[in-house]
Unconditional design. Structure first.
Ligand SMILES: Nc1ncnc2c1ncn2[C@@H]1O[C@H](COP(=O)(O)OP(=O)(O)O)[C@@H](O)[C@H]1O
Ligand SMILES: [Mg+2]
Length: 354
């Protein structure tokens, strides 16, 4: 069986990766390796793992042109698309459009259907759906213009986020604010920089949990992963900021440390797993997803968001959970391909279980 691992990195994305995180002298003890990562390595390692489990797999970069896919499809006729397209022409909201193209072509592909990709990309829509099911999410307010801060309804501290981004884009230490002056500054920054509505949320002080879900018709929750902030110095906030997620030369990157499985009281673990599964189904996720949560100091769970098609590289959160469940990287990838393959002749309408 032929599997095309399809992703989209433009020439400028590739250039950007080379220059964005420049090596600098560190004034702290690094915990992880400090090499900048090569984004292509992740895709290549997925392809290599798929080859090792017996598929005829290859990588295809769209370079921001879906015609590259159409041309390749004609020549190579892959049986399955391993869909790793997350962005198109710099627009995260076009992630769903590539999945739509595959739907229209009736090509089996891995991961979430277009609607789930679209809904989860809009944090406010996601929160409305979750709230309607009585799944707790942090109290929030949407700001479209700076003047609207005059009728602030939330309690400090507040976290300020772009409402339609992903992967900690726009989430920095300055995003957590405790007074009107800092709030205004950050809202103005997000409005200017991201040109989209701003999501204000009450900041949930406490622990951070990532709950991975794997499966199509019978999804199951994998061991919970925690981001441990106990080593985070006092001058940085306990959040997975952009720097904590991506910049190996930043202190936050080394002080937000994943632990899997997380040590949790049994009833909290049970509730977190139940919430993740309900969120996965309600948002229409499929095959694999990761639900991000915070556990407040008074032991309440809040769902922050769901990530359909999260990072699948070997050292990312999803695979950490999968490994903790006893499944290897290769076996997890093979399962994801099998889910897509078993849908190939299905007449099932995309059903959203709420
Ligand atoms: N309401 C909140 N309370 C506490 N921390 C938050 C809150 N919202 C976001 N964060 C922090 O910011 C990070 C990124 O926010 P998230 O909503 O998951 O956006 P993204 O799509 O960029 O991952 C989270 O992992 C968490 O550390
Ligand atoms: Mg997140």
């Amino acid at each position: 069986m032929k599997v095309a691992v399809v992703y989209n990195l433009s020439h400028s994305d590739l250039e950007h990766y080379k220059t964005e995180f420049t090596p600098k002298e560190l004034d702290f003890e690094p915990y992880f390796d400090v090499e900048s990562c090569n984004p292509l390595e992740g895709y290549h390692s997925i392809r290599d793992a798929l080859i090792k489990v017996g598929y005829e797999a290859y990588c295809l970069n769209l370079f921001d042109d879906y015609n590259a896919f159409l041309a390749d499809y004609k020549i190579n006729c892959p049986d399955i698309i391993f869909n790793m397209v997350e962005i198109y022409r710099d627009k995260a909201y076009l992630e769903m459009s590539f999945a739509s193209l595959l739907e229209m072509m009736k090509v089996p592909y891995t991961g979430a259907p277009p609607l789930a990709l679209g809904v989860c990309q809009r944090k406010i829509m996601t929160k409305s759906i979750l709230s309607s099911l009585e799944i707790r999410t942090p109290k929030f307010q949407v700001i479209t213009r700076l003047e609207e801060l005059g009728s602030l309804k939330l309690n400090y501290p507040i976290i300020v986020k772009p409402s339609m981004e992903d992967a900690s884009l726009g989430i920095e230490d300055e995003s957590v604010v405790s007074d009107m002056e800092a709030l205004k500054r950050r809202v103005q920054y997000v409005l200017n920089h991201f040109k989209q509505n701003v999501l204000l949320e009450e900041f949930i002080d406490g622990r951070e949990l990532n709950v991975a879900v794997l499966g199509d018709k019978n999804p199951r929750v994998l061991p919970i992963s925690e981001i441990d902030f106990s080593e985070m110095p006092a001058h940085l906030n306990n959040i997975v900021s952009y720097q904590a997620k991506w910049d190996p030369f930043h202190e936050a990157y080394h002080m937000a440390r994943p632990i899997c499985p997380a040590l949790l009281p049994l009833e909290v673990e049970k509730e977190a797993k139940d919430l993740a599964l309900r969120a996965f189904k309600a948002l229409g996720c499929r095959d694999y997803a990761r639900v991000d949560m915070r556990l407040s100091n008074d032991n309440k769970l809040y769902v922050l968001e769901a990530n359909p098609n999260p990072d699948l590289t070997e050292d990312a959160g999803f695979m950490r959970s999968s490994r903790a469940s006893g499944m290897s990287f290769r076996r997890t990838l093979r399962k994801i391909v099998e889910f897509a393959w078993s849908r190939r002749e299905e007449k099932r309408i995309m059903d959203y279980e709420v």
